[in-house]
Design a protein. Structure first.
Length: 526
């Protein structure tokens, strides 16, 4: 018999097309994540939302994006990586369409919830498709492009949103743009190769449910606290339930043979340090992308487009710094670079307290660039550090935990910093506006100064804009000093924890052509 007659057909991976399709879809995820903050004033004015509801337009996306990463990753192994990527992109596209035509805030928040789930599925499925399509050095280059796509979306999301909101149809045009632009990637996705794990571990539903519910309740409590009051039974109950569910999650994961999180990894100091980094950076970088645009629009009266342009000073370094650091990382060492990251963010956030109503771009450039450079250093090394901090046999689990920590940290940071700004601003305004302070704060933190002035009695409106701007600035200063202190403490903690020895077998090389932590022979082509 001809040997070729029984040989399996050659897998048609189409590497170039795969890389283009995956990156084209993924770049829209950070664009809509950070760009939504620029659209909030437009959304608030049209849909007449309260502050908590407006914050959920941003928080709902971060929350479901982070919560569903582990679930969609398991489903991708079980049902097919390409299929999960396609489902994610399709859900993300549909959610953006719904958002663009949302008649009220409830529908818009629901659409953002679905968009976060779709983004999680597209990200986990897309990265798994790349891992199976490329091998060896080509895989490293592919993931470098993948990271660059995310960096570009993060860097230019606020600017893209600002242009669209200001010039091309408002906030509805922004969400519609995201849906239309991602359609070609969705149409081309069936051309990619399919793969799945022939022996999947299954989905850790108990861990997934307790983790997702706990994180959701924590963010809910943080967002609703300023509106309902921190002593409200609803807020206190949410935070207590979060503590209970996280405890239950830890117990469940310890007893699972194939857990979503292997909590024993957190006994390794280096791994703890590296997982703490994205959480710390979520406060020092990502949360600023969300809270600064409304400040610029409300206090300085700039357009959404100009606010987005200002943030390029913060995000622009992420396009350049990772490449420069990548060239020297091996000679400098992870510990030094991670500590340098946190020190730069600490210095930048402290320096940013120069921000005042009417401050010029020349004054803002120094602190924003300093923070951006610090964050850019982390992009060059963090993902690799996450898998190299544990034994190769556990690298896949480590990567999953790291990414979940990163996205959960972003959801928490955005909610917590937003709540702090709301609480301090409202307290400052209460001295002048009394009971009207809550309504004025809600409009102000959505970037709507005219709405804030209109929210107070007519007798107080004369000069209230100046008072409101000063109160908002005071709150931002409190937040920035808190971020600087957190980053400085983080730098010390990371430096100490990274001083520990790596795992005994951390230097072992994975099988040639296999991803770090990948089981040889675990792939079945679909």
């Amino acid at each position: 018999m001809n040997a070729n007659a029984t040989a399996p057909p050659e897998r048609r991976t189409r590497p170039a097309l795969t890389l283009i399709v995956v990156c084209a879809a993924i770049v829209l995820v950070p664009v809509t994540a950070t760009g939504a903050s620029v659209a909030l004033p437009d959304i608030g004015r049209e849909l007449q939302t309260g502050l908590a509801a407006a914050q959920w337009v941003v928080n709902a996306f971060f929350l479901t994006f982070g919560s569903f990463m582990a679930i969609t990753g398991s489903l991708a192994d079980l049902t097919g990586r390409r299929r999960m990527f396609m489902i994610g992109v399709a859900l993300f596209t549909a959610a953006m369409l719904v958002a663009s035509f949302a008649p009220n805030i409830a529908v818009l928040i629901g659409a953002r919830v679905l968009a976060g789930i779709g983004a999680a599925a597209a990200t986990t499925g897309g990265s798994a498709v790349l891992a199976q399509t490329f091998e060896g050095p080509a895989r490293l280059r592919a993931f470098a492009f993948f990271g660059t796509a995310i960096g570009m979306g993060l860097a230019f999301g606020p600017l893209v949103a600002g242009v669209l909101v200001t010039s091309l149809g408002g906030w509805r045009g922004f969400f519609l743009f995201a849906a239309v632009v991602v359609l070609p990637a969705l149409l081309a996705a069936p051309l990619l190769a399919e793969s799945r794990d022939p022996n999947p571990a299954g989905i850790d539903w108990a861990g997934a449910v307790t983790f997702t519910a706990g994180l959701s309740l924590f963010v809910f409590g943080l967002v609703q606290g300023p509106e309902l009051g921190w002593t409200s039974p609803v807020v206190i109950g949410s935070l207590v339930a979060f503590a209970v569910l996280m405890t239950l999650f830890t117990v469940v994961e310890r007893r699972k043979s194939h857990p979503m999180f292997d909590v024993s990894l957190f006994t390794q100091p280096r791994f703890v340090a590296i997982c703490a980094m994205p959480v710390l950076l979520a406060f020092g970088f990502v949360a600023l992308l969300i809270v600064l645009p409304p400040y610029f629009m409300a206090v300085d009266g700039v357009t959404a487009q100009y606010a987005g342009l200002l943030l390029v000073l913060l995000t622009g370094p992420t396009l350049v710094v990772p490449t420069l650091i990548g060239a020297i990382a091996a000679r400098v060492g992870q510990r030094v670079l991670l500590v340098a990251t946190m020190l730069l963010v600490a210095a930048g956030t402290a320096w940013l307290t120069v921000i005042e109503p009417g401050v010029g771009i020349a004054t803002l450039a120094g602190p924003l660039l300093t923070i951006g450079i610090g964050f850019g250093i982390s992009l060059a090394i963090l993902d690799g550090a996450a898998v190299s901090s544990v034994a190769p046999s556990r690298a896949g689990m480590a990567a999953g935990i790291f990414n979940t920590m990163r996205l959960a940290g972003e959801a928490i940071a955005v909610a917590l910093l937003g709540s702090l700004l709301a609480a301090v601003t409202q307290a400052r305004l209460a001295e002048t506006a009394g009971d009207a302070a809550q309504g004025a704060t809600a409009r102000l933190l959505q970037g709507d100064m005219d709405g804030a002035v209109a929210a107070v009695p007519a007798a107080l409106r004369d000069g209230f804009g100046t008072v409101a701007g000063a109160a908002y600035t005071d709150a931002l200063h409190v937040g920035l000093w808190a971020l600087a202190a957190l980053s400085l403490v983080g730098a010390v903690a990371v430096g100490v924890l990274m001083g520990g020895a790596p795992p005994a077998d951390a230097e072992e090389a994975p099988e040639e052509g296999a991803a770090p932590g990948e089981r040889p022979g675990a792939l079945v082509e679909g």
